[in-house]
Design a protein around this ligand. Structure first.
Ligand SMILES: [Zn+2]
Length: 479
């Protein structure tokens, strides 16, 4: 038997003013694909030959350029065409890839692969719970399951489970399709952390199904991705039967799960204190135990924003309290980063910060003292060693230290700070461009504010001018 494996992943933010292009993808072909996906041993231990397709993954950003999508999709389809007799295909796809003129990248890929391999090939996808799933997706793919954690900490487990499920189907000769229901609700990820109810409770329910119900192979609740404006933007539940005879049983289970999840809709909320920008600055400096970790939720590059917002920097400069130390990581501004590089450590100079590409990146002039530059190291999943993610120039503006980066990057890991020789514990407040409080941020801070800042990942989704989303949908409509 042989199985094609690969990854083609992107989370596309339609409110970001720029497109995602080919150079933004981390891309591998051949044997490198196998070494970048933690599933190879599952297939080889089962005596299944592995045919690598491609590995292409980019940080969340604006919609994917059509040509970029077609470039990577053709590379995958070339491998599929060369192996039309493949018994199975395993892919990691995010689920929220939106391609200009095409729509859902995952759906298009699944349909195009299916056309080549026909119904005899079993297709299995590992996905992110922020995927917006096309209604017909379950008719194209036999198995799919998403993460059970947000913030995500179970990526490897998800990939391995979907690979194991594929092997199980192949060994038993099953061609069953999974059961899926769309739910008319959508939340920003930060209002749906699995660390707090109601999502915590929902995960407990689906975990129990997977662990204790022999008729269920995998169960998923996709919360969806609120910043893609498409008809498919919504939450989705999926159950994969453990054998063809349980299809009807799983259909009923899926219906009941969809009703249960929808009944919880009014309970979704932020896991921590959430405040608008001005109050964030005041409360973080004077009312909470330090160090206070603040996340700039409206400009979260992992949700596809530009990463260049200076809104919170402006708020902290307004207060200008010499007794308080503030760290802001990292504001993306390639030009400002370049200016810093022309100076020596200790130089003080005028610096303009702000890329001027949207309302939250309007330029501001500061007097900066240059403290040095570093490679910012970080990992993609905790099992891989950290690699260089971007470069950061540290400057001081009075009592505020700021890391200006040459790329949009969210500091969420201790290694991100350490590689810049920064210790958040030395500050009263540290601000990072992220949404929820990632586990490592929880370790670094004593108090937390999820700042409800403006930007392309603004949390008040009811204020966005959606054009294509299917209505009615909660909470945009009060259903
Ligand atoms: Zn996600």
């Amino acid at each position: 038997m042989k199985v094609i494996i690969g990854a083609f992943a992107h989370e596309s933010n339609d409110f970001c003013p720029k497109k995602t292009t080919r150079d933004m993808f981390e891309f591998y072909e051949g044997q490198d694909v196998i070494s970048h996906l933690p599933v190879g041993d599952i297939f080889s231990n089962a005596g299944i030959e592995i045919i690598p397709a491609i590995y292409a993954d980019a940080q969340s950003f604006g919609p994917v350029e059509e040509q970029t999508y077609l470039y990577f999709e053709n590379k995958i389809l070339e491998v599929v065409r060369a192996n039309p007799d493949a018994d199975g295909i395993w892919m990691f796809c995010h689920g929220a890839m939106n391609v200009e003129n095409i729509g859902s990248g995952e759906y298009r890929l699944a349909c195009d692969m299916r056309k080549i391999v026909g119904e005899n090939c079993v297709i299995s996808f590992g996905m992110d719970l922020h995927g917006n799933i096309e209604a017909d997706f379950a008719n194209q793919v036999n198995i799919f399951r998403c993460y059970h954690t947000a913030p995500h900490t179970d990526q490897v487990d998800t990939y391995r489970r979907t690979a194991q499920a594929l092997v199980y189907y192949l060994q038993n000769g099953y061609k069953t399709h999974c059961q899926m229901r769309k739910i008319p609700m959508i939340f920003p990820g930060e209002m749906a952390a699995t660390t707090v109810d109601p999502f915590k409770e929902i995960i407990r329910v689906i975990k129990k199904m997977e662990d204790e119900d022999p008729k269920v192979l995998c169960a998923s609740v996709f919360i969806g991705f609120a910043w893609t404006d498409a008809a498919r933007t919504s939450s989705t539940v999926v159950i994969v039967p453990s054998a063809p005879e349980y299809e009807e049983y799983c259909s009923q289970k899926t219906e009941a799960l969809a009703e249960f999840v929808f009944s919880k809709r009014t309970e979704f909320d932020f896991e921590m204190l959430s405040l608008p920008p001005e109050e964030t600055a005041v409360v973080s400096l004077y009312e909470l135990e330090s160090p206070v970790c603040v996340t700039d939720m409206g400009d979260n590059p992992t949700a596809g924003t530009t990463g260049g917002s200076n809104v919170l920097l402006k708020e902290y400069l307004k207060i200008d309290d010499k007794d308080k130390k503030v760290l802001i990581v990292g504001i993306f501004d390639k030009k400002a980063f370049g200016v810093c590089q022309t100076h020596k450590v200790g130089d003080t100079f005028d610096l303009t910060i702000g890329m001027d590409i949207d309302d939250v990146t309007r330029p501001m002039l500061v007097t900066a003292t240059y403290k040095g530059s570093h490679d910012v190291l970080g990992y993609t999943i905790p099992t891989t060693p950290p690699i260089k993610r971007c470069e950061g120039a540290t400057i001081s503006i009075g009592n505020i230290d700021v890391v200006i980066t040459d790329k949009a990057y969210a500091f969420t890991q201790e290694v991100n700070f350490r590689s810049c020789e920064l210790d958040p514990g030395m500050y009263d407040v540290f601000v990072t461009k992220f949404g929820y409080i990632f586990p490592e941020l929880k370790k670094m801070g004593k108090s937390f504010i999820m700042s409800n800042t403006p930007g392309e990942s603004y949390q008040m989704i009811t204020s966005f001018d959606y054009k294509k989303i299917k209505r009615p949908i909660y909470p945009i409509d009060k259903i």
